[in-house]
Design a protein around this ligand. Sequence first.
Ligand code: LLP
Length: 427
Amino acid sequence: AETVTRGDDGVVGVAGIPVTRLAEEFGTPAYILDEDDFRTRARAWRTAFGPDADVFYAGKAFLSRAVVRWLDEEGLNLDVCSGGELATALSAGMPAERIAFHGNNKSVEEIRRAVEAGVGRIVLDSFQEIVRVAHTARSLGKRQKVQIRITVGVEAHTHEFIATAHEDQKFGIPLAGGQAAEAVRRALQLDGLELIGIHSHIGSQIFDMSGFEVAAHRVVGLLKDIRDEHGVELPEIDLGGGLGIAYTSADDPREPHEIAKALTEIVTRECEAARLRTPRISVEPGRAIVGPTAFTLYEVGTVKPLDGLRTYVSVDGGMSDNIRTALYDAEYSVALVSRASDAEPMLARVVGKHCESGDIVVKDAFLPADLAPGDLVAVPATGAYCRSMASNYNHVLRPPVVAVRDGEARVIVRRETEEDLLRLDVG
Ligand code: LLP
């Protein structure tokens, strides 16, 4: 986060609050989220894309009512991908027309709620869904704005599980073999639907812009085919999210204004070549907005040196609050934040308290050799896909999210309690 400082005593502070105080007041583990940093990043995206484009924050990265209000205030729209995310957005007062509804298998009930609420767009992901949404909209006497998500056949250079535009995966309708063109044909025929554009999302944690370039080229190619076949120029294209952030110092992310400039230039150039009016562009960053804004604060419980190997440092959370290391081999860093130390660095592995050896938070890290139980450590860049993918494995309670701003801290998602767990257990 932006407002992190380290005092003379070695204690790290965020937004003017020492982490030792945060740990005392809110307990550990806890996600500490810097609200100003979040707002600054959201605004940077908004400003970079300007009034002729739309930025949809991808709620899957992390969503809570406070976040929805910040987005609303900063002029961003919101991408939701389930009934639960939709409910959160609506309950926090996000205007429905600024919500996009995603997902490859939305239930009929979810579709009905979205149409009824008046969401700004539903992103269609299959032939069945084209019919389902059209039918639902008609039965409610409405015409629903939709986009069709296509897969452009790009290999994004990222982990296999988070790449989404190559052909052999579950999302979208393939451009190859004329399927996307056929989907457009059907959508244009159904009066429950107003087809406003084409959507493409190529993956996540991407640094190389060339994938977006190919995607934009192919999406514009489809717009041209649609114009030639149907005589309509679709007014919008959505290029998805997926921009990478720095988890360790090895990563070198692009700034929103560079991304906006690159994407706008590509689309404009491609449209000029195809003699099309340049459509309104939208993007859906999640990680790039919320990822860097939070860190996880843990307390060290045990320190176990294994001769000739490394030292295992157990913290009071683990794969239940950050599954990304186990699932994607993600890399994180870690630092001692509750005191100064001039001890030699030791090779450490930060692990959680769960009952499996894959429960690793930080695979390889150097921590001071005098690290001891009771020390606080922080793992940066855990704002995206950590709380939102948290689980109750081993009946461990999910940590709170504490927002800090101008010397004040407040809980925006509270810590789970044993009562919360037992409430669901009705057997
Ligand atoms: N739009 C669509 C249609 C998406 O599927 C996603 C992410 C986004 C936008 C936002 O992508 P972002 O800007 O956050 O990269 N759990 C994985 C990431 C899964 C991303 C799924 N879709 C992780 O922890 O890395």
